[in-house]
Design a protein around this ligand. Structure first.
Ligand SMILES: C[S@@+](CC[C@H](N)C(=O)[O-])C[C@H]1O[C@@H](n2cnc3c(N)ncnc32)[C@H](O)[C@@H]1O
Length: 209
């Protein structure tokens, strides 16, 4: 008999984390069409921001402007705005300041599958940008974070405050190129399979993965 395989998208991962940690507040940076992800998130308090928002409940602003003077904190922040490494790094650092105790940051598009897909400026239709460089930088420099990337939906990065063994060697984002990513990605990004993630976080799982 043919067993059907479940594909996990960002909304599935985010909903598993919200359920697993009993979270009640969610921020999405970069919403685009809310039907793609935002509307699928099951959380009591939801805030979305996007400078190109067409819907009134999604704030029309950039992440940098939104974070200026912000007092609110969130349980889960999903970073999926401008996919340039310097911007993603800034979004992660600002999100860490606005994360509740035991909160989680989720970052999309951390695993480009070819060199073109991660080029900035953008050349391809399917595009991850070079967000992976921001991730690599934090894996090399921030011992007080716990970070892994789930190998599904172009790479779903998960960050919590905690502890990690730093990735060596330490190089600057400017020196990171795709061949460095390709040769080092398993440990640089700390990649988990979807089964490993489900085993760790979704106690009620009965899926075939
Ligand atoms: C990849 S789309 C988001 C997709 C959506 N989160 C999803 O899961 O399908 C990226 C969005 O980020 C928005 N964006 C671009 N620059 C931004 C910035 N500086 N701050 C926040 N959002 C930004 C764009 O307008 C675009 O709609």
């Amino acid at each position: 008999m043919h067993q059907q395989t479940t594909i996990y998208y960002r909304s599935d991962i985010i909903n598993i984390l919200i359920k697993s940690f009993n979270y009640s507040s969610y921020l999405e940076i970069g919403v685009d069409d809310p039907a793609l992800n935002f509307d699928k998130i099951d959380c009591i308090i939801k805030q979305g921001i996007d400078p190109n928002s067409l819907r009134r409940d999604i704030l029309k602003t950039t992440s940098d402007d939104y974070f200026k003077g912000l007092k609110d904190k969130f349980d889960l922040i999903f970073i999926d705005g401008l996919h340039h490494c310097q911007q993603v790094l800034r979004d992660i650092k600002n999100s860490l300041k606005h994360l509740n105790q035991n909160g989680t940051i989720v970052c999309h598009d951390m695993l480009p599958s070819n060199v073109i897909m991660q080029l900035v400026p953008r050349l391809s239709n399917i595009w991850t940008g070079d967000c992976w460089k921001a991730w690599g930088h934090l894996r090399m420099t921030r011992q007080n974070l716990s970070m892994f990337v789930i190998n599904t939906d172009y790479g779903i990065g998960v960050i919590k405050k905690g502890f990690q063994k730093l990735y060596v060697p330490r190089i600057s984002m400017a020196k990171m190129d795709y061949s460095f990513f390709y040769s080092n990605k398993k440990d640089l990004m700390n990649i988990l399979t979807i089964s490993e993630f489900i085993e760790l976080f979704d106690k009620s799982a009965t899926y075939n993965v």
